[in-house]
Design a protein around this ligand. Structure first.
Ligand SMILES: [Zn+2]
Length: 342
């Protein structure tokens, strides 16, 4: 550990000192530009499930609505959650749960109610015990309208050996169809609001966001998304909505054109999105403190150092793991034996 003060320590008054189950109204918002880097679907490939679009107003003035592609909030956090859980599994920090003492697992009705993931992203145990997610998300809208960023492609259902030929019979696959996908360089503006989190919890959550790279489809060849953290704000309530933010940014980018150019460089979009956020800040019923550009860069540098240093990362995760109460979410609510709490 370095003796210098970290960016999150500088803002300690806006963060929780440790975990407790009561809300304290300390909000930290991550402002993200999600940039599609390879054809993305944001749903299960070949499932026939359509790409989600919504009719919304393009900007802030009353003009004809346009269709925007939507990434549902569930799809965003599910990916980031899995990225974090991989890390916890590596470090043996998913705990045992249930009568049969099986390891904490997602979507199996067997949450441990004690691990970093359960305590941050939330859980509900069948027999009692629950933690609301402290990561608040909203549907994210594409900057450009759907017809500009959507294209059609053929998909082939591949066999186990990743070819179109059945490895046993050598016959060609006939499972071919068409799917709509989101084109590379499409951009979504998205905020994640963290509530009553500690500095280590911030390091874990933002680490998940910055390390997540595959959204939507199952296929490993598509759906690559680059998340750019373009702002961090502290406040006493939630900020504006993703839709307001995207509409203001759209107005700044299109000037007197009907629509902004496509594709636009991410630095151009970032500058407009930051300016739009600064304007919308005035409407929030709270004092709002943004990290300066230098602090934001320093914060990301610290995270990069942390995640590049296996020993420092292990130490941070171990330290974080000890702040949660060791209570099993069982029906009787009795306190379970704890080995690592002291
Ligand atoms: Zn758990």
């Amino acid at each position: 550990m370095t003796p210098t003060t970290t960016v999150m320590e500088t803002y300690a008054e806006h963060l929780a000192a440790t975990y407790d189950p009561y809300p304290h109204g300390k909000y930290m918002t991550l402002l993200l530009v999600r940039q599609v880097a390879s054809e993305a679907m944001f749903r299960t490939e070949g499932s026939g499930e359509p790409l989600t679009t919504e009719f919304v107003f393009p900007g802030t003035t009353a003009t004809a609505p346009i269709q925007r592609v939507v990434i549902s909030k569930r799809k965003q956090t599910a990916v980031e959650r899995r990225v974090g859980r991989e890390l916890l599994r590596q470090h043996n920090l998913l705990h045992m749960a249930g009568k049969e003492q099986r390891v904490c697992a997602l979507n199996t009705n067997n949450p441990c109610g004690q691990c970093i993931d359960c305590m941050l992203y939330g859980y509900a145990a069948g027999g009692g015990g629950a933690q609301r997610s402290r990561i608040i998300t909203d549907d994210a809208f594409s900057l450009h309208q759907a017809p500009t960023i959507i294209s059609e492609r053929q998909f082939n259902a591949l066999y186990d050996n990743s070819t179109m030929r059945n490895p046993e019979t050598g016959e060609a696959s006939t499972s071919i169809g068409t799917d709509l996908y989101v084109r590379p360089e499409a951009v979504f503006l998205d905020m994640e609001t963290l509530k009553d989190v500690t500095p280590d919890e911030v390091r874990y959550i933002v680490g998940n966001v910055l390390r997540a790279s595959r959204y939507g489809a199952i296929s490993s060849r598509i759906g690559r998304v680059h998340n750019h953290l373009i702002g961090v704000a502290f406040s006493r309530c939630e900020l504006f909505s993703n839709l307001e933010w995207v509409q203001h940014t759209y107005d700044l980018l299109r000037g007197d054109q009907l629509e902004p150019d496509f594709p636009l460089h991410v630095s151009t979009i970032t500058a407009a999105a930051q300016a739009a956020a600064a304007t919308l800040k005035a409407r929030v019923y709270s004092d709002v403190t943004f990290l300066s550009a230098d602090e934001l860069a320093a914060f990301q540098h610290e995270l990069h150092e942390l995640y590049s240093d296996a020993a420092a990362l292990a130490a941070m995760l171990q330290r974080l793991d000890t702040i949660y109460p060791r209570e099993q979410p069982t029906r009787s609510g009795r306190r379970a034996a704890s080995e690592s709490a002291e």
